[in-house]
Design a protein around this ligand. Structure first.
Ligand SMILES: Nc1ncnc2c1ncn2[C@@H]1O[C@H](COP(=O)(O)OP(=O)(O)OP(=O)(O)O)[C@@H](O)[C@H]1O
Length: 382
């Protein structure tokens, strides 16, 4: 549950009221480099206190968009509006935005405390107020008592927490993060993901985070903005993007998926896709798709079941049956991943819980089964 601090609530310690997060509205943002658009007409509405992740492959425009929000890069077109005010022309240091970057190195010759106090000095916060604010920021990232250490005396994870403390010490209403955990090992990354999420909720901060790591995006975000070639492909909750992808880019990027292409056929008033393994009735949202139009059917690996071809079917409920040969069986701790090649040479991926003996081995002839209802039908992106 969210524990966003209301604008009128006070936090322990002097002297300013804690600020709740800013509302951020990006409208028609475009950034051209020569005749190339690094960001192409992106509009996003970010609610106060939301944690939004810009997700996408390398080169999709995430960092450029974040740098436009920060003020390091001027957009070619579009507006950045924070709490109702257009900040497009406001210089970086006047935006009062906290930032943490992967390589946002700490000043090596300054103690942790001095590093964290630096933004307060820049913002001319009265000297007398600084120690309490620094203490509070260090406590928020659980580094109490380490203020006198030098950066070289800290682990990578601790250094990144100092960078985080430095980003929040002056109580910004918006925090921007560009792959802040990229350099850390997996365990530490996961622990810090949870901590950053908790911290942003406790402070009621609005956060825009950049990553190309889909797991990080799924676990941390209220909303994910998926970018591809500079364009916004889908903006929604992690569940929306994972379970209800609206494009093949989303289906491919978030989690493993099996994609089948087919054209729509009209059959007794229904729009139907004939696939090698069965038929899927196309959900009609408003207009009926034209016969002959292309669709993509997405089936997630967990929705598929597997049985050896020489065994009897698992009940009769499964509408889709696809024969194939197991090409890999990969144990992954709590699950097992199977790769199965079908007669068309397509490699399908499925997962099941890794309990007991595996139901089949590499080289086995198998049948994949799943319910048509577990398919998602999407329109291919042009
Ligand atoms: N200053 C620049 N001049 C020319 N092209 C640029 C400039 N900055 C970025 N680009 C191009 O814009 C595109 C988007 O870059 P950007 O850094 O925003 O991508 P990204 O999604 O953050 O990628 P990564 O995950 O690799 O950091 C890339 O093709 C990049 O080469």
């Amino acid at each position: 549950m969210k524990t966003a601090v209301s604008p009128t609530a006070t936090v322990p310690g002097p002297p300013e009221p804690a600020t709740a997060g800013a509302r951020l509205q990006l409208t028609g943002i475009r950034k051209e480099y020569g005749d190339f658009a690094a960001v192409d007409d992106v509009s996003l509405d970010i609610e106060p206190g939301q944690f939004v992740t810009l997700l996408g492959a390398s080169g999709s425009g995430k960092t450029t968009l974040l740098r436009i929000i920060a003020g390091f890069v001027d957009a070619t077109a579009g507006r950045v509006v924070m709490d109702g005010a257009d900040i497009s022309g406001v210089p970086v240091h006047r935006r009062h935005i906290g930032m943490v970057f992967q390589n946002y190195a700490l000043f090596p010759h300054m103690s942790v405390e001095k590093n964290v106090a630096f933004p307060l000095q820049m913002r001319r916060v009265p000297r007398s107020r600084r120690p309490a604010m620094v203490r509070e920021a260090l406590a928020a990232v659980r580094l109490e008592g380490l203020g006198h250490r030098m950066p070289r005396e800290l682990s990578g994870g601790q250094q990144q927490r100092v960078a985080l403390a430095r980003a929040i010490v002056s109580r910004p209403r918006l925090l921007l993060m560009d792959e802040p955990l990229g350099a850390l090992d997996r365990r530490l990354r996961e622990a810090l993901q949870v901590e950053i999420r908790r911290l942003s909720q406790d402070l009621g901060l609005t956060v825009v985070n950049v990553t190309h790591d889909q797991e990080e995006a799924l676990t941390m975000s209220d909303r994910i903005a998926l970018l591809s070639h500079g364009r916004l492909v889908q903006y929604g909750s992690p569940e929306d993007l994972y379970s209800r992808p609206t494009s093949d880019v989303s289906a491919n990027f978030l989690g493993e998926s099996n994609l089948f292409r087919a054209s729509v056929r009209a059959d007794r008033g229904q729009a139907v896709l004939d696939l090698p393994h069965g038929r899927v009735v196309v959900p009609v949202n408003g207009s009926v798709p034209a016969p002959g139009s292309e669709r993509i059917v997405v089936v997630r690996p967990w929705a598929m079941r597997v049985r050896r071809a020489d065994s009897s079917p698992n009940g009769s409920a499964a509408a889709c049956h696809l024969p194939g040969t197991v090409t890999a069986s990969i144990y992954a701790g709590d699950s097992r991943k199977l790769l199965v090649r079908d007669a068309d040479g397509r490699e399908l991926v499925l997962r099941h819980r890794a309990e007991g003996a595996p139901p089949c081995s590499v080289g086995d002839a198998v049948v994949l089964e799943w319910d048509a209802a577990d398919s998602t039908v999407i329109v291919p992106t042009a």
